[in-house]
Design a protein around this ligand. Sequence first.
Ligand SMILES: NC(=O)CC[C@H](N)C(=O)O
Length: 192
Amino acid sequence: MNDYSHLKIGVLALQGAVSEHLAQIEKLGATAVAVKKVDQLEQLDAIILPGGESTAIGKLMREYGFIKALQNFAKNRPLFGTCAGMILLAKHIVGGESSHLNLMDITVQRNAFGRQIASFQTDLTIKGLKGTVPAVFIRAPYIAEINSDQVEVLAQIDDHVVLAKQGNLLACSFHPELTNDTQVLELFLKMI
Ligand SMILES: NC(=O)CC[C@H](N)C(=O)O
């Protein structure tokens, strides 16, 4: 197993699925930090933007000064947006809703899998990983459009992109923190 004990990973803790991410980070031996204030960013090697409700998280991010602070963070450290976090990273949201961090050259569709199958689990094939990885989708978005050749597609369901990377940005539609499989988190830690 890789040694991640020197790494300090933040999880933006304004709203959403925070504790499961913290637990998975600790499980890999890294230090996990629940980030509630911008001055905590300084000490981090990387940060995860969790799932939850992107509108609520975005509103709190604006209130607490996280928009500018995370845009600066992205200049030299990795960010991983999971589910709502993916929406927060995107430059465009289908339907014309305003973007939040405006960092990643993707257009996301919120609640993209429809009412009938709003939540489901599936086994995903991910570029660079062996076998499949279990992935939990909860009222998940997907990447409807990729707007730069810098964006690398790492996983798809049918024609829909559900995991992608652009430089030091990683975004996924699902909740990697809700399964025991740590491969997606490790994919992120290797970007540091
Ligand atoms: N599990 C999630 O993070 C759901 C995302 C939520 N549907 C949104 O649009 O913000």
